[in-house]
Design a protein around this ligand. Structure first.
Ligand SMILES: Nc1ncnc2c1ncn2[C@@H]1O[C@H](COP(=O)(O)OP(=O)(O)OP(=O)(O)O)[C@@H](O)[C@H]1O
Length: 296
């Protein structure tokens, strides 16, 4: 018997799950003999249930929620010895992984496509003792983005992050980072460092457009220190979707790195849209570690 666990975060995406969960369960029941629906009540539920699903006889796992729910689910799967294939229905504001994997951003469309989905290998990243599937970032932008309110997200969607970021650059102070890779040790003063596994960051594809979910690489972008005028100059390039030039950032690929903050001023990190681990960061890519249901 084919068993599937469905994890739904009822609070994600302005509480829209209630409109889609039954439709999603019905659709999954056409693909699996048994579908168990569980709704999260608090932070940590999705991680615990995903880890448990891998050892209690479930064959696949689906989740519906925003990037936070997705990251929690990935962390549960990553801690398992043998992670089961998983799929997700995006409900959040940005949904970077869905964008990178061409999963429709509208839940109804994503649900309708499920019978045409197959599990394919996808890289994940480790940052200290946690895992990410999209990005880990540090600097003025992630710091400001972490303070975007639910009201702003509801009113403006992804634009809320963009406008907050632009505003943050006006008063930014760059930080001093040491980046130790497999081959070298680099020192940068930078307002923003982003490690990516996919080509979508904050809904934009300008930083590492050639990144692929299964290329076995972390794409590390270190932004150069720039003035507010530079930021204004960058806006049209950013909105047009073309890759940001070397004038604004240094882009490198690696499989592991240690990033140390050399300043005394503390800096938070943002991992897959929520607060991430503290410095120093030990990053490593785990190539093709998870199987994710993707439309074929
Ligand atoms: N029943 C619940 N009520 C409130 N919060 C919950 C509940 N279940 C889980 N959570 C927490 O909600 C957090 C936010 O969820 P998630 O990121 O999926 O939604 P979102 O904030 O709407 O999406 P996004 O960040 O992409 O805009 C999760 O990290 C999780 O810990």
């Amino acid at each position: 018997m084919n068993r599937c666990l469905l994890i739904v975060n009822p609070s994600s995406g302005r509480e829209r799950a209630k409109y889609h969960k039954q439709n999603l369960k019905n659709r999954l029941e056409t693909m699996f003999d048994y579908v168990e629906l569980r709704e999260t009540r608090q932070s940590g539920d999705a991680t615990d249930w995903a880890a448990e699903a891998c050892v209690s006889g479930f064959d696949s796992l689906f989740c519906m929620g925003g990037d936070g729910t997705l990251n929690e689910t990935v962390n549960g799967l990553a801690h398992a010895k043998r992670p089961i294939p998983f799929g997700f229905i995006p409900l959040g504001t940005i949904n970077d992984l869905a964008r990178a994997l061409h999963i429709p951003l509208h839940p109804e469309e994503a649900i309708a496509l499920l019978p045409r989905c197959k599990p394919v290998p996808v890289d994940i990243g480790r940052a200290n003792d946690r895992y990410f599937i999209n990005t880990i970032a540090a600097g003025v932008l992630p710091h400001a983005v972490g303070h975007v309110s639910i009201e702003q997200k509801t009113r403006l969607g992804p634009l809320a992050y963009f406008l907050t970021g632009i505003k943050a650059f006006q008063t930014h102070a760059p930080s001093l980072f040491k980046i130790e890779t497999e081959n070298e040790e680099l020192i940068y003063r930078s307002p923003l460092v982003v490690a990516m596994l996919t080509n979508s960051v904050g809904g934009f594809r300008n930083i590492a457009p050639r990144a692929k979910v299964d290329d076995g690489k972390i794409w590390l972008s270190v932004f150069k220190d720039f003035t507010y005028l530079d930021v204004l100059k960058m806006v049209p390039e950013f909105l047009s979707g073309t890759q940001l030039s070397g004038e604004y950032m240094t882009l490198m690929t690696l499989t592991r790195a240690r990033i140390t903050l050399l300043d005394d001023t503390p800096l938070t990190t943002n991992m897959d849209g929520d607060e991430g681990p503290s410095f120093p960061l030990d990053l490593e890519v785990l190539p093709s570690f998870l199987s994710v249901y993707i439309p074929q």
